[in-house]
Write a protein that binds this ligand. Structure first.
Ligand code: NIG
Ligand code: FE
Length: 418
């Protein structure tokens, strides 16, 4: 199957299969009057004004050689967006927390009172595998419709072997049956389950000795993640968990410095984690450690917005040569929105990142932090044809307009899905 996308007013993309940091974070190629040739889901050639985009690119074949021709009508085309941090699988919702918040309770107050994540754990344990699959599959449809063509998805609302494995099987099935690429992360250490109340160390031991090896045996996750936070898991417990994960061959992720800086970002750098997430409260030494360890900052601005917190120091991280990603953090508590376009707006307006830095942060950087940089995250010959034709002439427009879905057409693996 050969497809030509022609009449692209502006094709904007980062390039390469590696994370971009420092001044490279803000470097995108912009090709005017461009066309993309796709064969069997893979980009074969890109031209601008009729010429190949680089010395090694092949010339565009004649239009008559294509099975399908798509007219981009002078619009912007970018790589499909990559949401590098989601809690996509969950039972129920938590709209009742709105009243608690209005009465003054904050995120950790609700969790300490047995609500929050633990409320979702109860509802997730009650749900069947098919129910969780159907619900998450509808979320993936919604994401594709918004121009998000790949995502990461975490377990972490099961918190016992039976239900964590159930969640991970749902994630695997989504990856197999849904057009989206879904990267699976084991997050058994998302909260201390009620059965282990006051016994966090024992729960971590169970994760390390029983659950994580079983996840590995069944090949159900590529990454392991832990919530390193005041009154959740401390830095010592996080070290134990992540060192075991590294020994078993998982890539490492850590929810760090979201509310309190208790050592998570330092640990991330020291263990050369693929990414550290949130980082609202990060301090200079945490950033130094992450820069040294080559750890990507997975920033979640819609969570700052929803929790009424400050915004992570993204520009400082770029200055310190930490690769910056922006993700949704879609989950039923701290960010009940999967709208990564809104996170793009916030990246620009609240983090003060340039549109080019933001595009890198929602394409190649998360693709690399999730082990998919070779195939996804940029528009170049050899990469998978995952792209968005926007209802916009340039990426500034996507940063500027908010609240509307500006994805006009979406292509996944060479197929038009919108
Ligand atoms: O990344 N901070 C921890 N975990 C999620 C929230 C999960 C929830 O509240 O259900 C987060 O924000
Ligand atoms: Fe999260």
């Amino acid at each position: 199957m050969k497809t030509l996308i022609k009449n692209i007013g502006c094709l904007q993309t980062p390039t390469g299969s590696y994370s971009h940091k420092g001044s490279k974070q803000g470097v995108n190629e912009k090709y005017a009057d461009a066309a993309i040739a796709i064969e069997d889901g893979i980009i074969k050639a890109i031209t601008t004004e009729g010429k190949p985009v680089n010395a090694f690119g092949s010339l565009m074949p004649d239009e008559s050689e294509f099975d399908e021709i798509i007219d981009a009508e002078g619009n912007l085309v970018t790589p499909g967006l990559f949401d590098g941090h989601t809690h996509l699988i969950f039972g129920g919702y938590r709209q009742h927390e709105i009243a608690m918040k209005l009465a003054g309770a904050d995120y950790l107050d609700i969790l300490r009172a047995g609500g929050g994540i633990l409320d979702t754990v109860r509802k997730t344990r009650e749900a069947t595998e098919d129910e969780l699959f159907e619900k998450a599959s509808a979320f993936l449809d919604e994401m594709l419709d918004m121009g998000i063509t790949s995502c990461e998805a975490k377990s972490g609302y099961g918190l016992d072997p039976e239900n964590e494995l159930k969640m991970l099987r749902v994630i695997r099935r989504l990856g197999q049956e849904h057009p989206m690429d879904v990267v699976p992360t084991f997050m058994g250490a998302h909260a201390i389950p009620p059965e282990y109340e006051g016994r966090g160390d024992e729960y971590i031991e169970m994760c390390c000795e029983e659950l994580m090896p079983e996840v590995k045996n069944q090949g159900l996750a590529e990454f392991a993640d832990i919530f390193c936070e005041d009154s959740v898991f401390n830095a010592e417990q996080s070290r134990r968990y992540l060192e075991k994960a590294a020994e078993l061959g998982f890539g490492l992720k850590i929810h760090a410095d979201e509310i309190e800086a208790i050592g998570g970002s330092q640990l991330a750098g020291e263990l050369k984690a693929a990414s550290a997430e949130h980082l609202i409260a990060i301090e200079e030494d945490g950033m130094d450690s992450m820069a040294e360890g080559g750890t990507t900052a997975m920033l979640l601005p819609a969570t700052s917005f929803y929790l009424g917190k400050t915004f992570a120091p993204a520009k400082r991280m770029i200055e310190k040569c930490i690769p910056v990603s922006i993700a949704s953090d879609f989950n039923p508590g701290s960010c009940p929105s999967l709208n990564l376009q809104f996170a793009v707006n916030l990246g620009c307006l609240k983090y003060k990142m340039t549109p080019e830095e933001v595009l890198t942060a929602v394409t190649i950087n998360p693709a690399c932090a999730c082990g998919r940089g070779d195939l996804l995250g940029t528009l170049e010959p050899g990469k998978q044809a995952d792209l968005v034709i926007w209802n916009a002439p340039d990426f500034e427009m996507i940063c500027y307009r908010f609240g509307s879905n500006l994805a006009k057409h979406v292509m996944k693996k060479g197929q038009m899905v919108k």
